[in-house]
Design a protein around this ligand. Structure first.
Ligand code: COA
Length: 324
């Protein structure tokens, strides 16, 4: 018995920004960015590619695969930290764009762990309301929240959206378990400051604007340890070994974090789906984009056991298990 994924979809903006393009913007170079992050290109949204539009197209592709129409959608959850507006939610924009008149819709903010958190939330909705059809979307246009003079961050992030359609099914497939964690004490190491999210009366005077700020080295250390612990706890709780996993789809933060994580967990490279080289870190969108690519490339078979894990601002992190 579980919340089964019926379809996947994704949508990336057209514009490709290479490391060579970045050399024109900040003091960096292709070799440094590739060797430190594994990223070669990322996508940057332009006119007509607002975050809710990317989310809507990703959702439509997932719905087409699932053979589900807009009026059959009962709930839309959008994981994002770069919504078009604070109010209304990105999810309400998606509902309007889809014409999903029967759905209620809300956003979920857990930074790069947003999709994993949303998947957990959606699967619990599905277990309680067993006839509900649920859209779970991760969508970001972080380029709008990037300080393009800050080479610590602007080399890492990209825009995009990924989506899934879920529904309860009387079988042993779907979301099996997840382990989720947060630690707000560490917020300063990775955060997005300033208007419109802060109260101007209490905002510190050194507010640099509504951009992402990051202590890269610290984030790196926490990310590896946190994801490793989350995965190990999940495996132990579910009484399975890492060798039982058919495919791992981690949050695509950067290749050095992933390589370290994989070697500590003892996962073979061929069992891991990685596309960070093409899209950079798309935050909440990274796992559903990767899931959709792996699915459309035929890398996931009926009955496969999938492991996902993520880490992001908050801090937030966790791991999840899915039977396909
Ligand atoms: N281009 C070229 N050189 C750069 C650079 C850039 N974009 N950024 C920093 N450097 C230089 C520094 O000035 C420093 O030079 P120095 O040795 O002469 O002083 C050197 O490279 C090392 O800088 P440092 O900041 O220590 O780099 P790093 O090895 O920690 O790599 C990150 C930086 C951001 C790639 C790395 O810390 C990281 O991956 N962190 C995790 C980030 C992440 O994934 N966040 C999201 C999590 S969801």
């Amino acid at each position: 018995m579980g919340a089964v994924i019926l379809g996947t979809g994704s949508c990336l903006p057209d514009r490709v920004l290479s490391n060579h393009d970045l050399e024109e913007i900040v003091d960096t170079n292709d070799e440094w960015v590739r060797s430190r992050t594994g990223i070669a290109t990322r996508r940057i949204s332009g006119e007509g590619e607002e975050v809710y539009r990317l989310a809507t197209v990703a959702a439509q592709r997932a719905m087409e695969m699932a053979n589900v129409t807009a009026d059959e959608i009962d709930l839309i959850i959008v994981a994002t930290i770069s919504p078009h507006m604070i109010m209304p939610s990105c999810a309400c924009f998606v509902q309007k764009e889809l014409g999903a008149a029967n759905a209620f819709a809300y956003d979920l903010n857990a930074a790069c762990s947003g999709f994993l958190y949303s998947l957990d939330t959606a699967s619990k909705h599905a277990l309680v309301d067993r006839d509900k059809t649920i859209l779970v979307i991760g969508a970001e246009t972080l380029s709008a929240r990037t300080n393009w003079e800050d080479r610590n961050t602007c080399i890492l992030f990209g825009d995009g959206a990924g989506a899934i359609v879920m529904r309860y099914a009387e079988n042993n497939r779907g979301v099996l378990a997840s382990e989720l964690f947060s630690d707000g004490n560490l917020w300063k190491l990775l955060h997005m400051h300033g208007a419109p999210s802060c109260n101007p009366a209490i905002d510190p005077p050194d507010n640099p604007g509504p951009y992402m700020l990051m202590e890269g080295r610290e984030v790196f250390k926490y990310a590896v340890r946190a994801m490793e612990n989350a995965v190990l706890q999940l495996l132990e709780k579910e009484k399975i070994s890492i060798d039982d996993i058919s495919l791992m789809i981690p949050h695509q933060a950067n290749i050095r974090i992933l390589n370290k994580l994989l070697s500590r967990l003892g996962v073979k490279q061929e069992k891991v789906f990685i596309n960070v080289q093409k899209y950079g870190n798309t935050s909440a969108a990274s796992i559903p984009i990767a899931l959709d690519e792996a699915n459309r490339e035929g890398l996931i078979k009926h009955g496969d056991l999938l492991l996902i894990c993520s880490f992001g601002g908050g801090f937030t992190w966790g791991a999840g298990l899915l039977r396909w």
